[in-house]
Design a protein around this ligand. Structure first.
Ligand code: FES
Length: 149
């Protein structure tokens, strides 16, 4: 990994105002920014790791933990909430033993809640990776999880 990080870093100047583009570049390559990456970015830009975490905390886009193999997004927009989206989310949190925003210990799933997936007429809606599943129920969701290894 270090050689690849080096290749990414050398695309940017060694100035502190390059921090956000550097973080974006690393995350694009790896899906997250590992502790080793933070350390290398810190040395390259000559800023402390605390400064990196401080600045990046203003941006929801940055992720510092390894993502799961699959992403689950449960819609809790108004239409989906009315149709039982919260029940689906609760079932996932209990069944996978994670809270929203966390990754399962086996790195199989990331679990998130979203405000609207843009297909309210199909509520309640769950997105698994890039696929949208409509009119979800607890039973359908239980079966669906078995497909995603
Ligand atoms: S509220 Fe869920 S898709 Fe719009």
């Amino acid at each position: 990994m270090p050689k690849k990080i080096d290749a990414i870093l050398t695309q940017y100047g060694r100035k502190q105002d390059e921090l956000i583009p550097v973080l974006q570049g690393v995350q694009k390559e790896y899906g997250y920014i590992s502790p080793d990456s933070v350390s290398m970015i810190s040395r390259y830009l000559r800023i402390s790791e605390n400064q990196i975490f401080g600045v990046s905390s203003f941006y929801a886009q940055f992720r510092f933990t390894e993502p799961g193999r699959h992403s689950i997004k449960v819609c809790l927009g108004t239409a989906c909430h009315v149709q039982g989206g919260a029940t689906l989310l609760d079932m996932l949190e209990r069944g996978l033993a994670v809270e929203c925003g966390e990754t399962t210990p086996d790195k199989r799933f990331d679990l998130e809640r979203v405000a609207c997936l843009g297909c309210c007429a199909l509520s309640p809606v769950v997105q698994m990776d890039q696929d949208i599943y409509s009119r979800m129920t607890v039973n359908k969701l239980t079966e669906l999880l078995k497909i995603y290894e």
